[in-house]
Design a protein. Structure first.
Length: 87
């Protein structure tokens, strides 16, 4: 059982690190786009579109990683294992 917990912990840590990388890239790229937009076309705020679209994706990613750790996946896997073992 200890190995199972270690596997789950590693998977969760990997998911959180992936989220942190995603958020960092989001900030860096969108800051760069805002800089380009302010220099090239200061009267048109086009950099808000990628900021908003990507922000929705990042919010979904964060929800899956941070709220999705309720153990639902583990319970579903356990249920499937019980079904398979009962055959």
């Amino acid at each position: 059982m200890n190995e199972d917990l270690k596997r789950i912990a590693r998977r969760r840590v990997k998911a959180k690190i992936g989220l942190y990388i995603h958020a960092t890239v989001y900030v860096v790229v969108n800051a760069f786009l805002a800089l380009v937009q302010s220099q090239a076309t200061p009267q048109i705020y086009w950099s808000l579109w990628p900021l908003a679209g990507w922000g929705i994706g990042l919010a979904i990613h964060a929800a899956v990683v941070l709220l999705g750790n309720s153990g639902l996946r583990e319970r579903m896997e356990a249920e499937e294992m019980r079904k398979l073992e009962s055959r």
